[in-house]
Design a protein around this ligand. Structure first.
Ligand SMILES: [Zn+2]
Length: 451
């Protein structure tokens, strides 16, 4: 692999120019901006490295860019997305979001980290491998979608209509994880699911004078009483039956948790709180962060909240809630449990309006794809990666992983702890980018040879 590594170093400028080129093309899913143009560019990049590639369409969605190449006993699915978050607020960028710029060893621009950087670095690793080692030692199937940043609303449909393309694959490489604050490479084996929803209550047919309060029900109180049954004052979720679906992490995952660095003092200071909920500390705090389901009031709206007083009896009230879901807690199950919980307490008048839902996903640290990801990190970064058995956040991993029976791992990505993804001045370190290309080469080699 020495020639492979040397080739990557020798082509640094050209590789960065390719990434800058793709990041110069806006592809904002939330604004339906530039998605087909970007899909075409990604398609060309796949064809340029020799993949048999095409666009897959589903009505109402930007195309999935799909490609296949290589041969061997092992088949790897590579998932990335070519869409990005909106660049706003524009005045906080130090350079134009869609005119990527290198400054002092960093590349700035929307998408350089999330997720065009991962996507392009993986293709460049394949180019470098073929130019130096030879034919790919495994079969690779690329699955690049264009609406991850708006919650992948058509991914399940893409998989339902085209899943046979991926069936039988041995591993799935997900979007890369970022290096942590101390520069340690990280990777993760799963993501929490999520069910986002609104609770809505209606009272009178219109807002009325509050003198009617002795006779007319107040939907805001109804909502408050309903919410009050979802959690207790110790912040425990009290939705009937929900916690019955939450298991303790198995031993092997507890071992991984012990190795996760968690700068709790710094985090508390940064967030301006004296202590975590329930006084959680150390491994207990890490375990809660990754393995506890949540029920979060994200926003609440009702009545008059302007300046001064207004004696009004509001006619409606609404709250937005998100439930983060650990393995075995599926979105549909949470909706069902919540409905029954509310009905049992006489809250039939509280409407549940389901919004986006994503299943939790988790793979075993013993899966060959996970072991190859860890070994490749040791080789390229010279240290053990931090392995997260589960992440506190959510994503659509389930649709390509559990739903198809393919174990997944994130791999190490191009980002770092201050890459500012989704925010102004998104950036990557140039040296991290080059390492990520090398990482992909070693990972493919090790995964192809795994048993
Ligand atoms: Zn993102």
């Amino acid at each position: 692999m020495d020639r492979f590594h040397a080739y990557v170093d020798a082509n640094e400028d050209r590789f960065l120019a390719q990434l800058k080129n793709l990041c110069s093309q806006p592809s904002v899913a939330a604004q339906k901006l530039g998605l087909t143009e970007t899909a075409d560019m990604v398609l060309e990049m796949l064809q340029a490295i020799g993949a048999d590639a095409r666009l897959i369409q589903v009505a109402g969605a930007p195309p999935v860019v799909y490609g296949e190449m290589g041969s061997g006993d092992r088949t790897l699915v590579v998932y990335d997305h070519y869409d990005v978050q909106p660049p706003e607020p524009l005045d906080q960028w130090e350079s134009e979001p869609f005119s990527p710029e290198i400054r002092q060893g960093f590349l700035y621009g929307r998408g350089v980290s999330d997720n065009k950087g991962d996507l392009v670095s993986r293709l460049q690793a394949i180019e470098a491998y073929q130019a130096t080692v030879g034919e790919l030692p495994l079969k690779v199937k690329f699955f690049f979608e264009g609406e991850e940043e708006i919650g992948s609303p058509h991914l399940a449909q893409f998989v339902a209509e085209n899943g046979e393309l991926l069936l039988g694959a041995d591993g799935l490489l997900w979007e890369g994880a970022a290096k942590d604050m101390c520069g340690r490479p990280a990777l993760y084996l799963g993501l929490k699911g999520i069910q986002y929803l609104e609770l809505r209550v209606k009272g009178a047919s219109r807002d009325i004078h509050s003198s009617w309060a002795p006779l007319i029900p107040n939907p805001v109180w109804r909502l408050v009483w309903a919410l009050n049954t979802l959690k207790d004052e110790r912040d425990r979720i009290t939705v009937d039956g929900l916690m019955d679906h939450v298991a303790e992490p198995p031993m092997e995952e507890m071992e991984l948790l012990k190795k996760i660095p968690f700068e709790e003092e710094q985090i508390r200071k940064d967030f301006g709180i004296p202590q975590f909920l329930g006084g959680a500390e150390g491994i207990d705090a890490v375990k809660r962060l990754l393995y506890a389901p949540t029920c979060t009031i994200c926003g609440i709206w009702a009545g008059y909240t302007g300046e001064g007083s207004k004696t009004v009896l509001p006619s409606e009230a609404m709250v937005k809630l998100d439930f983060r879901l650990v393995p075995d807690l599926e979105p549909e199950l949470v909706l069902d449990l919540l409905r029954k919980h509310l009905d049992r307490r006489g809250f039939e008048d509280v409407d549940i309006v389901p919004m986006s839902g994503e299943h939790p996903a988790q793979s075993s640290p013993d899966a060959p794809v996970a072991r190859a990801a860890v070994e490749a990190a040791k080789l390229v970064y010279g240290r053990d990666p931090v392995v997260y058995p589960l992440m506190a956040g959510s994503g659509p991993m389930y649709e390509l992983s559990q739903a198809l029976g393919i174990p997944a791992v994130s791999g190490v990505g191009v980002g770092h702890a201050k890459s500012r993804i989704h925010a102004p001045n998104e950036n990557i370190r140039l040296s991290d980018y080059i390492q990520a290309i090398k990482y992909m080469g070693e990972f493919m080699r090790l995964f192809a040879a795994s048993d």
